[in-house]
Design a protein around this ligand. Structure first.
Ligand code: F6P
Length: 549
């Protein structure tokens, strides 16, 4: 598909930004009484108000033209058709197939992958129910009470985020834990108070080679076998795997019938709906898990079918491009006003930054425009007492997504109204600020007026839903997945590889023997790295085999 360079496509927006210089959100709201209505929409159960953005109808029109100019519609359809759009790894990108309803069809290389998806979901459901009902027993006959997922990146963040998010739906007689860090502290602290007889490990790794996961898995196996013995039923009853790599799973000692597969067309950071979601399914049960998949699918259809003006992921993506590429924002903040979404910013960091943190375009040329932003955030209201100062009065432009719910799962006292009062107040304060005149009118001494003035004009999106249900979570995550896709298309980059994580891994492989050798190694790094390694060798504790004593 032929397309013009990103810089020339952005030129009309750059010119338009000049026209808007000096126009404040206060002016835009004053001049258009219908602004809130004009710039809000519903998709499924999500309501988006994007009226507190630094945009006019013309801005949106130019952004929609940009979407057309990059052939976004064709690119979306190519993904949904199962084309190999992950060209650098020669793979299809089909997380959308993971949530297609039973009986639908998507044929890749002659196979209807939806049948495969549902066959695995059925096996997962059966297994999850057996664990939940106490029918899956440990080697000594005790039911499972603790599930520990060992995985990292996409094999951890999605299920960890969602298991916390959907805790109100979880079986309370089971505890589900996530161990990711190769720092032995993570595993040691997780198993410290658990009984291996009642503990099931899920080793989750697409490749089954990831160093962190395999190191933790081996230590977990030592922890279990050291206490329960090495009879075959010990590993069989206490370890299952989620992977695309049967041979490696078997080599680890896990039988194929205890492995839940997925496929190379599922990217790690897009894998929550695959077997990678097994710990979540054990926590909330197969029916709730399927509700979540239905929520994802609902947003998938919305993305595929809606015109740009009603297309929520496309609108979020375009607004992000406006700030990132035209108004010079470096970051954007995800601010969920729900404690259950505490891990959402971390999850979206991987989804966004691993996808769109790219420096060359699809032709391998170094880009001359900004690509993915820095994503960060904390749940409200904690962030208000930490970093909101900078968003309100600092020198940087930080667009924010505020995510909130009308109903709490824990309606104690008036906590929820108080929480939501802050939720609404923050976007109002950020947009409209407080003028020097208003500050003076409050009787503020003149020397404090500049300090107490809020410039406002700080852009926010507000995403509001009735309640954080499994379906709503699915819709929310799919919303961000497709927003990221939209931006990757505009920036003309490949969003589904992650070569940038390789170099550090390779260097660590070289350094490990230098840390562990008994004889002083000949170091040939730079002077800084050599000196740091020597200092570490002099001071380190003697090595121990069992990290999870
Ligand atoms: O960080 C790189 C990465 O490849 C991620 O993309 C992936 O989610 C993670 O490592 C874990 O990979 P795996 O599931 O193969 O262990």
């Amino acid at each position: 598909m032929k397309r013009r360079s990103v810089r020339s496509l952005l030129a009309p927006l750059v010119a338009h930004a000049r026209e808007l210089r000096g126009v404040h959100l206060r002016d835009l709201f004053r001049d258009d009484p219908n602004r809130a209505e004009r710039f809000s929409l519903e998709a499924g159960d999500l309501f988006l108000d994007y009226s507190k953005n630094l945009v006019t109808p013309k801005t949106m029109q130019l952004l929609f033209q940009l979407a057309d100019a990059v052939h976004l519609r064709d690119e979306i359809q190519a993904m949904f058709r199962g084309e190999r759009i992950n060209r650098t790894e020669n793979r299809a990108v089909l997380h959308v197939a993971l949530r297609m309803p039973r009986g639908s069809s998507l044929v890749v290389d002659g196979r209807n992958v939806v049948d495969d998806v549902h066959a695995v979901l059925d096996r997962m459901s059966d297994f999850a129910e057996r664990v939940r009902q106490g029918q899956w027993r440990g080697a000594t006959g005790r039911p499972i009470r603790h599930v520990i997922n060992i995985g990292i990146g996409g094999s951890d963040l999605g299920p960890a985020m969602a298991t916390l998010a959907l805790r109100p739906y979880a079986a309370r007689h089971l505890s589900v834990h996530f161990v990711s860090n190769i720092d032995g502290t993570h595993l040691a602290e997780t198993v410290r108070d658990l009984d291996p007889q009642e503990t099931l490990f899920i080793i989750a790794s697409k490749t089954f080679t990831t160093e962190e996961t395999m190191t933790n898995a081996q230590s977990a196996r030592r922890w279990v076998c050291g206490r329960l013995g090495t009879a075959p039923e010990v590993v069989r009853q206490h370890f299952v795997a989620v992977s695309t790599q049967t041979e490696r799973v078997v080599a680890f000692g896990i039988a194929p019938e205890n492995m839940f597969p997925f496929w190379d067309w599922v990217g790690g950071r897009y894998s929550l709906c695959s077997a990678i979601g097994l710990p979540l399914m054990i926590a909330i049960g197969p029916d709730r898990f399927r509700d979540m998949l239905a929520g994802f699918h609902r947003m998938d259809r919305h993305f595929l079918e809606s015109p740009w003006e009603r297309n929520m992921p496309v609108i979020l993506g375009l607004l992000g491009v406006w700030y990132n590429n035209v108004l010079g924002a470096q970051t954007y903040a995800i601010l969920p006003y729900d404690q259950y979404l505490a891990r959402l910013p971390a999850y979206l960091q991987q989804a966004d930054m691993e996808s769109n943190g790219k420096r060359v375009d699809r032709h391998g040329r170094v880009v001359r425009w900004q690509t993915g932003p820095i994503v960060w955030g904390e749940p409200g209201t904690n962030g208000q007492h930490a970093f909101y100062q900078l968003i309100h009065q600092g020198t940087k432009l930080v667009p924010c997504d505020f995510i909130g719910f009308c109903r709490s799962h824990n309606p104690i006292g008036d906590h929820h109204d108080r929480l939501m009062a802050h939720f609404f107040a923050q976007t109002e304060a950020l947009a409209f600020g407080k003028t020097p005149e208003e500050v003076i009118a409050e009787g503020t001494p003149p020397h404090l007026v500049p300090h107490r003035t809020f410039p406002g004009d700080r852009p926010t999106n507000t995403i509001l839903a009735d309640q954080l249900t499994p379906s709503v979570l699915g819709q929310l995550i799919a919303l961000y997945e497709h927003k990221i896709f939209t931006q990757g298309v505009i920036w003309n980059i490949y969003s589904f590889d992650q070569w940038g994580v390789e170099l550090g891994k390779q260097l660590a492989k070289r350094i490990l023997p230098e840390l562990q050798s008994e004889a002083e190694p000949a170091l040939s790094h730079d002077a800084s790295t050599n000196a740091l390694i020597r200092r570490y060798r002099q001071r380190r504790a003697p090595p121990t085999k069992d990290a999870a004593r």
